[in-house]
Design a protein around this ligand. Structure first.
Ligand SMILES: Cc1cc2nc3c(=O)[nH]c(=O)nc-3n(C[C@H](O)[C@H](O)[C@H](O)COP(=O)(O)O)c2cc1C
Length: 314
């Protein structure tokens, strides 16, 4: 089984990925947060920095693009593949309001005919780069997946990564597993499962049920417990060593301190990680309050020192 780290905008950037690989590892592929292929034809500086091969040593990285315009998408595929990438992932899952209102991410799923034309052009013009897709199963209704699958099955999608929720679910409720079963059964392209794996047992349920699955993508569960995949591979729910988790944290924190413009930005970035990582700790509310109150580095340092020295894992 191959295990992928899901892209999480604001979190799984190169600083995080490199620290993760150094202290935990076990990940077969990392995906970048989405890069918007806009008409400007240029990538942002921060996006270029995130995919530069020298900033991703020893990492199998798949850059991800979001777009609803085939010409822009193709241009960005060339910009990125010029840096040596042989797989590019297409985002058809993002549920955020600003993205969906521009008919991108999961919003593009509402326009299946457009999507079909998009793929037709993309797969006709791109032959030297593998295009994988990360998708939800619809926008407002899970039955949209039937039409969407007709389209996906017409194209040589390198891998179809499925988060079996509709856009309207955001991250609520349970993944819609009967629809995942449908996709798994009829897809002519390789399928990867993504969604709500927090413990090794969640993963085994999927691999037992879908025996021919060859890859699983994990997002929030891995940010919460960076040892999750190592544990899954060893048949247990391993937790990180506290000292190693602290070093991992410090490596990211120090790099942000060196590269980010001000205390507030650094703390904001660290808080994005803690949204998930704090759940690893048996916190009665004390530490989350400390974290929320931190708007400068000295307060943040007190929070970090206290949680790592005082608070047990769950
Ligand atoms: C904060 C956050 C940011 C995300 N950013 C992206 C993104 O840039 N591209 C993408 O395809 N999915 C993105 N996702 C979705 C995740 O990759 C993943 O599909 C989702 O969290 C479900 O998997 P999980 O239950 O293992 O976390 C994001 C999710 C969250 C919570």
């Amino acid at each position: 089984m191959k295990y992928y780290m899901a892209p999480l905008e604001g979190i799984t950037v190169h600083t995080y990925r490199n620290s993760f690989r150094e202290f935990f590892g076990g990940i077969d592929k990392y995906f970048t947060p989405f890069i918007a292929a806009e008409g400007s034809l240029k990538m942002k500086k921060r996006e270029i920095k995130d995919i530069l091969p020298e900033n991703n040593p020893d990492i199998h990285l798949v850059p991800q693009i979001i777009s609803n315009n085939a010409d822009n998408f193709i241009r960005f595929v060339h910009l990125i593949s010029d840096r040596g990438y042989r797989e590019i992932n297409f985002n058809l899952g993002c549920p955020s309001g600003t993205v969906v209102s521009r008919h991108k991410g999961s919003g593009f799923l509402a326009e299946p005919d457009e999507l079909d034309r998009f793929f037709d052009k993309v797969f006709n013009e791109i032959s030297d780069v593998n295009i994988s897709v990360k998708t939800r199963i619809g926008v407002n209704d899970e039955n949209e997946i039937y039409r969407i699958m007709e389209i996906y099955n017409r194209y040589p999608i390198y891998e179809l990564i499925v988060h079996p929720r509709i856009r309207a679910d955001y991250y609520k409720g349970s993944p819609r597993m009967d629809k995942f079963r449908y996709i798994y059964d009829i897809s002519t392209n390789p399928v990867c499962y993504n969604g709500d794996i927090r413990h090794a047992g969640d993963c085994y349920k999927i691999t037992e049920e879908y025996k021919e699955l060859t890859s699983i993508m994990i997002g929030r569960g891995l940010i919460r417990n960076p040892m999750l995949v190592c544990g899954i591979r060893n048949g247990n729910d391993a937790l990180p060593d506290r000292n190693i988790l602290r070093k991992f944290h410090d490596r990211i924190y120090n790099e942000y301190r060196e590269t980010m413009p001000g205390e507030r930005v650094i703390i904001y970035k660290m808080k994005e990680i803690w949204v998930y990582m704090i759940d690893l700790f048996e916190d009665d509310g004390t530490y989350i309050r400390l974290l929320k109150k931190s708007d400068g580095l000295s307060q943040y340092n007190v929070f970090v020192n206290r949680i790592f020295s005082e608070c047990p894992f769950r």
